[in-house]
Design a protein around this ligand. Structure first.
Ligand code: PSU
Ligand code: MN
Length: 315
């Protein structure tokens, strides 16, 4: 247990060892386990995501809250427990102090996982889909805390962009306004999760992992708060046609309005509805994208760790 902070951090042995040795570690969220996929697919996928980080050359650290403590790295039994226990609350940044103080389990979103990763000294995080500006945000003001957290936590985020259940144009505008560096790894466009492109061009395409590592370090060196967002597109075989996705999303948005769903419940509701409309095709793609993104996250974290070893003054 780390006693430097008054908030107890509980590291898995593997993660603690890797951090001491300066080996690459990739933080992973747990809300996608509890709220993103049904049991037992969620448990199986979470384990495959961890394996993919390892295949990329890094150590996975799945983040969660348990009994008033921040869990930094889960073993298979922890993952099984998070995946199968009903009613674990979704914990975003605003909820984190409450759940830590009260006790019990909590599933961390991208935003709160970044808070934990920074406390734990983990410089990289990977998840398939980040939160963003919701469609209709001009009236609902529904903007995910994930975006705000990018401006606060010094952690690089690797993702497959965001799902087009969101307004991706506004999401990119938000990131630009808030000075968040956005780079696309080996693609020209901002990806839309299981669609290879959102149709929106990324401000920067970078193909070389070493250049990505240098960008992460250059951002730190400028003294700017927050981290860099790095997108990676889904594999061609896993991608879904954007017209098919768009039709399902429109239907889901209408259903959400009809059912009066809003606030922090909307993301899960929309994802489930889209999965149902597409006969589970998007859920399949969802799992594949989570895994392929994690492998890229592992590889980029490994390139970053190599860069830091070669330039220790920058660390
Ligand atoms: N997007 C996805 N899958 C997810 C989420 C987003 O494609 O599971 C989850 C993540 O945990 C993300 C959270 O951090 O939803 C964002 O929720 P909100 O929009 O309420 O901030
Ligand atoms: Mn929201």
């Amino acid at each position: 247990m780390n006693t430097r902070h008054s908030i107890p951090l509980v590291y898995s042995e593997e993660v603690e060892h890797a951090l001491h040795a300066g080996d690459p570690v990739v933080a992973l969220e747990s809300n996608v386990i509890t709220h993103g996929l049904p049991y037992p697919d969620n448990a199986a996928t979470a384990k495959k995501v961890e394996d993919a980080v390892r295949a990329g050359g890094a150590v996975p650290a799945t983040i969660g809250v348990d009994d008033g403590r921040l869990v930094i790295g889960m073993d298979d039994a922890d993952i099984e427990r998070f995946a199968s226990t009903p009613g674990i609350p979704k914990v975003s940044s605003r909820d984190l102090p409450v759940v830590l103080a009260r006790g019990g389990m909590g599933a961390t979103t991208v935003a709160s996982s970044l808070v934990a990763a920074e406390l734990a000294g983990i410089p990289f995080f990977s998840s398939a889909g980040i939160g963003g500006v919701h469609r209709g945000a001009e009236t609902t003001m529904d903007v995910s805390s994930d975006l705000i957290q990018f401006t606060r936590s010094k952690v690089a985020v690797v993702c497959a962009g965001a799902k087009s259940i969101l307004d991706l144009k506004l999401t990119m505008e938000y990131l630009e306004t808030h000075c968040v560096p956005l780079i696309s790894y080996r693609s020209d466009d901002f990806p839309a999760f299981y669609c290879a492109s959102s149709g929106i061009r990324s401000p920067h395409r970078i193909d070389d992992p070493d250049v990505v590592a240098r960008i992460v370090e250059a951002h730190r060196a400028t003294g700017q708060p927050g981290g860099v967002v790095i997108t990676t597109p889904p594999r061609e075989a896993d991608a879904i046609d954007s017209d098919v996705a768009e039709r399902a999303i429109r239907e889901a948005l209408l259903a959400a309005e009809r059912d009066g769903v809003r606030g922090n419940a909307i993301t899960k509701y929309l994802m489930r509805a889209v999965d149902q409309t597409t006969g589970g095709r998007t859920a399949e793609a969802n799992m594949a994208v989570l895994i392929s993104t994690a492998e890229v996250g592992g590889a980029l974290a490994a390139a970053h760790a190599r860069h830091r070893r070669a330039h220790p003054a920058a660390a």
